[in-house]
Design a protein around this ligand. Structure first.
Ligand code: GLA
Length: 381
């Protein structure tokens, strides 16, 4: 069933009256620009047609937020007068958003909400950023403040970093807040300026889930951030974004070999991302695919965030003639790869890749054929 309708119906069933609003915030995949956001660099993600939906009731007279998640079959509630961290999983993302909004001076009202989602959790498609942005839209709807997408992305990131305790960059929240249907969103992660870049015609973005989830992703991610910081210190700049290829070539030899490779990835990836936006504007799917392939090699060999299964999946995809390019997407170590595929051959591509990946690894992949959608939306009912 269409998820917006499902949220509205389930709300009525659960709370015994009609919802007043329904909000939606999408998950994302990143076309290119990986591990560049926390280096003040460039990213080029799309918001996908998988989302978190919340149907919400009229503002409650009290300061309670009363929630029910359909997927998890769990209910929870908290008071806006005294928000406490209780390690309650998904609810903490919503509490974190409420806390960050209050810190920023917003006066919030309570609500009842029914949450449904079709973003797989843990696959690297940013189900948590989507939940944060859906919560921010829900608070905006009931509390009556205007929707400011960039500010709300920052609120979501603050919730995730300071409340939930995951040290993420700004990419996921930005694209969930302000993606554009049919377009990638080029984000300058320093200025937060964005530009919508049309996807080349006749190509389809296919998400290839390896069916692997790695532990210790957070610690490996934090270690990469640390290494990038060390590199920036070595070059005497605020972030690796500020190092050009020429400066890198002139000085990098004196770097520790691991930090050398980490910085080579980030500097090259920023250049590739800007080139990707350029070739997309020229509708050049072939060149875009080559940049995507080069990104994977760099993530695998220099940034070292791939895994045998991700490499295998990328390999299976790249072997298909309908595939322009493929690479791991998101933080890495497990989760998903993406492929850019000729739209006329998507079905054959997904069938062949499924068989070949399963034969090579013994694992059943999940494949999602995606379209690029708009960022977070709100509808009054
Ligand atoms: C995770 C983080 C993002 C970004 C990517 C890597 O998805 O949440 O902010 O750093 O990893 O590009």
């Amino acid at each position: 069933m269409f998820t917006q309708e499902r949220a509205i119906l389930e709300f009525e069933r659960k709370f015994g009256h009609s919802a007043s609003f329904v909000v939606r915030a999408p998950g994302r995949v990143n076309l290119i620009g990986e591990h560049t956001d926390y280096n003040d660099g460039f990213v080029l993600p799309i918001a996908i047609d998988r989302a978190v939906w919340i149907a919400l009731g009229p503002p409650t007279t009290t300061q309670q937020v009363i929630l029910h998640s359909m997927e998890l079959k769990r209910s929870a509630e908290f008071s806006l007068e005294n928000i406490k961290y209780e390690n309650q999983g998904w609810v903490e993302y919503i509490k974190g958003v409420a806390w960050a909004l209050q810190q920023a001076g917003y006066l919030l009202k309570g609500w009842e909400g029914l949450i449904v989602s079709d973003i797989p959790v843990g696959a690297g498609l940013s189900s948590s950023a989507a939940l944060e942005l859906a919560a921010a839209r829900a608070f905006a709807a009931v509390s009556g403040y205007p929707w400011e997408a960039i500010k709300m992305a920052q609120i979501g990131q603050q919730a995730e970093r300071e409340w939930v305790g995951v040290n993420c960059g700004i990419m996921d929240q930005m694209v969930s807040a302000m993606g554009h249907a049919g377009h990638g969103l080029l984000i300058d992660c320093r200025s937060l300026k964005t530009e919508s870049v049309p996807l080349p015609p006749d190509i389809t973005v296919v998400v290839l889930d390896t069916a692997t989830r790695r532990g210790l992703v957070d610690s490996a991610y934090n270690e990469r951030r640390q290494q990038c910081k060390m590199a920036a210190r070595f070059f005497g700049v605020p972030a690796l974004r500020d190092v050009s290829q020429t400066e890198f070539d002139a000085k990098a030899e004196a770097l520790d070999p691991v930090v050398f490779r980490r910085s080579r990835h980030v500097i090259g990836e920023n250049i590739r991302t800007l080139q990707a936006a350029n070739v997309m504007s020229q509708k050049d799917a072939m060149k875009l695919g080559q940049l995507i392939n080069a990104s994977h090699v760099s993530l695998r060999d220099d940034f070292e965030v791939s895994s045998p299964e991700l490499d295998q999946m990328v390999d299976c995809a790249q072997q298909e003639s309908a595939c322009y390019g493929a690479r791991l997407t998101g933080a890495g170590f497990g989760g998903c790869a993406i492929a850019l595929v000729d739209s006329s051959a998507v079905q054959n591509f997904t069938e062949t890749v499924t068989i070949n990946y399963r034969t090579a690894t013994g694992l059943p992949p999940e494949i999602y054929v995606c379209t690029a959608t708009d960022g977070a939306t709100m509808t009054s009912i």
